[in-house]
Design a protein around this ligand. Structure first.
Ligand code: J2J
Length: 558
């Protein structure tokens, strides 16, 4: 495998120097983050959760010993500094053990979501030339280890499938190794000690706007700045008990301020095995959770369930809502129902994160998505139809471009795509439509990117269309986002079948996409088989125009 540095667009040296001089980049690394927590809060509880071997509760000292021990075992089987390792784990405590083990030895996690399936995992493994995949066995009625073993058989760089499995009875596919077989006594030194803080620490996942998802290279320096600053903005302390509800590997759960923010503060992370109100309310009561982060549909489900719960939710101080637009009607119901303050979070794995502040007036918290973390987050709101990308008048809606001390300058190994996703002077084209209020808060009002935001889960229209096009009876397909009361938006597919043949049924097409091994949230919610796209004259030159016209057509039909 080629070294990771190849395929990464670095920050220009003079910009990096400025971020260091400003104190944003402190020259520390992710392993240092854990060292600092162990030194200051060693005996405090770091992580609580239930993994394949049952309930776990580890102090910072214990988490560190586990991560070091596992790192030593990984070194023995040949995982080396610079290697990429796909981390495909649900919200189990072993997630933190694995991630810090990889950081310790200087290997780079490639973060996958538990909902991903073989087609996505194969792509991440291939694109990153991963050395190993770390996963679980059966979870959510799906055997991840078996799927990982299939991917390993197909992708030459992948030498190991490592499985967080019950210690007593690991039921593993041929060739896979249980993590417990790799746990060693913690060694003194590890190869990742003293890593370059400006180097890439891991590859984060992007929502994607094209046929293939993109990988996001984040450095120790830039990510730790966003984590520390987020922990300050959210007033984390050793008393914080953070409930990780969304997938642990998602950027929101990881860093806004998330699991890593909690490590920085010396607080406790509780990993929720499922996001439903029953599970989470039970954990809020039993662990005295002070803070949780959810997407809007989950916030709505919690608000609905709260009046009937027998659980004591009084410990909950802050509920963060982000990943998709939180409607003001929902925002207003959160504090009365849950007794927790709302914090809106508008972030992206590419970098920029905005928060409403804990002392913002109610109006700002209810109606805006907050303001950036950093005084050096540069924001440009430009006319999306202007080829010169001139800025719109203050307060007007436009496309959001951003650049700053924790926003990437390019996707990983994506030269062609980067030319469109970034401006020549290094601004990331977020694809979001926003306006900035007089106070400087961001209000998200739509998007220009070819992506559907299904209750916080991002779907690239083109990716799903490509799966449909693989069907032998399909000649064309277009995916559009349509309004949904619960999710905000869901997906609708228009499909043109091959002529003179029995047209495929919508259920069969949905099953076909699912059986190609993609995350369930990408399977079109509804499929309409049509003879021709029911809009004429558009789409000859632009898929974007076609999708927009089809979305209008769908709305007109309701
Ligand atoms: C409207 N759209 C939003 C919001 C994200 C913190 C929080 C969220 C993410 C995330 C994240 C939104 N209102 N409050 O990484 O650290 C949409 C935008 C954005 C895209 C990014 C974090 N919050 N969005 O959601 O990489 O369209 O990150 O560009 O998954 O989600 O998606 P993602």
């Amino acid at each position: 495998p080629r070294p990771v540095g190849e395929g990464v667009v670095p920050y220009p040296p003079e910009v990096a120097e400025r971020y260091r001089a400003a104190g944003y980049w402190t020259g520390r690394t992710l392993p240092d983050l854990l060292d600092e927590a162990v030194a200051a809060h060693g005996e405090r509880t770091a992580v609580v959760g239930t993994g394949p071997s049952g309930p776990q509760r580890w102090t910072y000292t214990e988490l560190d010993a586990r991560a070091r021990g596992l790192a030593a075992g990984l070194v023995e089987v040949g995982v080396a500094p610079g290697d990429r390792v796909v981390v495909w784990l649900p919200n189990v405590p072993e997630y933190l053990e694995v991630v810090f083990a990889l950081f310790r030895l200087g290997a780079l996690p490639v973060f996958a979501l538990p909902a991903h399936r073989a087609s996505e995992i194969r792509y991440f493994a291939e694109h990153a030339e991963a050395r190993a995949i770390v996963t679980v066995g059966r979870h959510d009625r799906f055997d991840h280890a078996v799927a990982a073993a299939e991917v390993a058989a197909e992708v030459p760089s992948v030498r190991h499938v490592l499985v967080a499995a019950p210690t007593a009875a690991p039921d593993l596919p041929a060739g896979a190794l249980g993590l417990s077989a790799l746990r060693r006594p913690p060694p003194g030194d590890l190869p990742g000690d003293g890593a370059d803080p400006s180097s890439v620490a891991f590859l984060q996942l992007s929502g994607g706007t094209t046929g293939l998802p993109k990988l996001i290279p984040r450095t120790h320096d830039d990510y730790l700045y966003s984590v520390r600053a987020s922990a300050d903005i959210c007033a984390l302390s050793p008393e914080t008990v953070y409930l990780a509800v969304l997938p642990a590997a998602h950027n929101f759960t990881m860093s806004s301020p998330g699991l890593l923010g909690v490590v920085h503060a010396g607080g406790t992370s509780v990993l929720a095995p499922a996001p439903d109100p029953d599970t989470c309310f039970g954990l809020i009561e039993s662990e005295r959770v002070t803070m949780a982060a959810v997407v809007p549909p989950l916030a709505a489900a919690w608000v609905q369930a709260a009046p009937r719960t027998q659980r004591d939710l009084t410990s909950l101080e802050v509920l963060q809502v982000g990943g998709a637009k939180c409607a003001p009607e929902l925002a207003r119901r959160i504090e009365p129902a849950l007794g927790a303050r709302l914090q809106q979070v508008f972030g992206m794995a590419e970098g920029l994160v905005n928060y409403t502040r804990l002392d913002d007036p109610a109006d700002v918290v209810l109606h805006t998505q907050g303001r950036p973390i950093s005084p050096d987050d540069e924001i440009r709101v430009v006319d999306p139809d202007d080829p010169d990308e001139r800025e719109v008048a203050p307060g007007e809606v436009g496309a959001l471009l951003t650049r700053g001390p924790y926003t990437i300058r390019g996707y990983y190994r994506a030269e062609g795509h980067n030319a469109g996703a970034f401006t020549p002077d290094g601004f990331y084209r977020t694809g979001d439509l926003v306006r900035i209020t007089d106070r400087g808060d961001v209000v998200v009002s739509g998007r220009v990117k070819e992506q559907i935001n299904r209750g916080g889960e991002k779907i690239a229209a083109e990716e799903v269309e490509n799966h449909l096009l693989a069907h032998p009876d399909v000649v064309d397909a277009a995916i559009v986002g349509v309004p949904d009361d619960f999710l905000g938006e869901r997906t609708h597919a228009y499909v043109i079948p091959v002529a003179d043949r029995e047209p495929p049924r919508s259920a069969a097409l949905r099953r076909f996409v699912r059986d190609r091994g993609v995350a369930a949230y990408k399977v079109p919610d509804t499929v309409e088989v049509v003879e021709a796209f029911p809009v004429t004259g558009v789409g000859k030159t632009s898929r974007r125009a076609l999708r927009a016209a089809l979305a209008d057509h769908w709305r007109a039909g309701r």
